[in-house]
Design a protein around this ligand. Structure first.
Ligand SMILES: Cc1cc2nc3c(=O)[nH]c(=O)nc-3n(C[C@H](O)[C@H](O)[C@H](O)COP(=O)(O)O)c2cc1C
Length: 177
């Protein structure tokens, strides 16, 4: 499948079929993330994985807001997405950490799509509860819960609501809104 086909097919399903995933099902997408580029090659992405059927899955699910829990409970795995905000070489702040993690997760989502899986991120979760669950040090920022799973029978992807290219890409000298 071309990259454009994968990008068109990927969507946030808000529905999964309730089947479990294994670590192997996730391994290739994590490898894609591992190979992603990052500022100073700092590799700021950090992930915590709860596979369906494990206590970790239930604990991560518990941190989601109620509206997200309704569909996330049927995922095969929940991946907690975090960023390390310190440059390991200098100890300074990594101002590009969130961008780096976003790029890695974006690539992961396309890898899941190519593997015939569905995934969806949720920023609606209790960050304090998540931090407490994992005992996170201060320089690790909690960003999202990434739910991964298989689509239910008969699932119809929603249409893509998107801005037009002229609303997001400009020539120099034009007003950027
Ligand atoms: C970082 C991030 C956080 C999101 N948080 C939520 C969320 O908490 N709840 C939800 O229903 N959708 C959430 N979404 C899904 C977006 O609403 C969705 O990506 C957007 O509407 C575009 O739709 P599409 O992913 O199907 O193309 C999130 C998406 C991203 C990338």
């Amino acid at each position: 499948m071309s990259l454009l086909d994968l990008a068109s097919k990927r969507h946030s399903p808000r529905a999964f079929d309730g089947s479990a995933l294994t670590w192997d099902d996730l391994a290739e997408a994590f490898e894609v993330a591992r190979l992603s580029s990052s500022s100073y090659n700092n590799q700021p992405w950090r992930f915590v994985v709860g596979l369906r059927g494990e206590e970790g899955f239930d604990a991560l699910l518990e941190t989601a807001v109620e509206a997200n829990r309704t569909w996330m409970k049927d995922a095969g795995a929940i991946v907690g997405v975090m960023a390390s905000t310190v440059l390991e070489k200098t100890g300074e702040t990594d101002h590009a950490a969130l961008l780096g993690v976003g790029m890695a997760v974006g690539a992961m989502e396309l890898a899941f799509t190519e593997a015939g899986l569905a995934s969806m991120q949720a920023g609606g979760f209790d960050r304090a509860a998540f931090r407490e669950l994992l005992g996170l040090p201060e320089h690790i920022v909690a960003l999202s819960l990434l739910a991964v799973g298989r689509l239910p029978e008969g699932h119809i992807p929603p249409s893509k609501a998107r801005k037009s290219l002229s609303d997001i890409a400009f020539r120099v000298g034009y007003d950027i809104r």
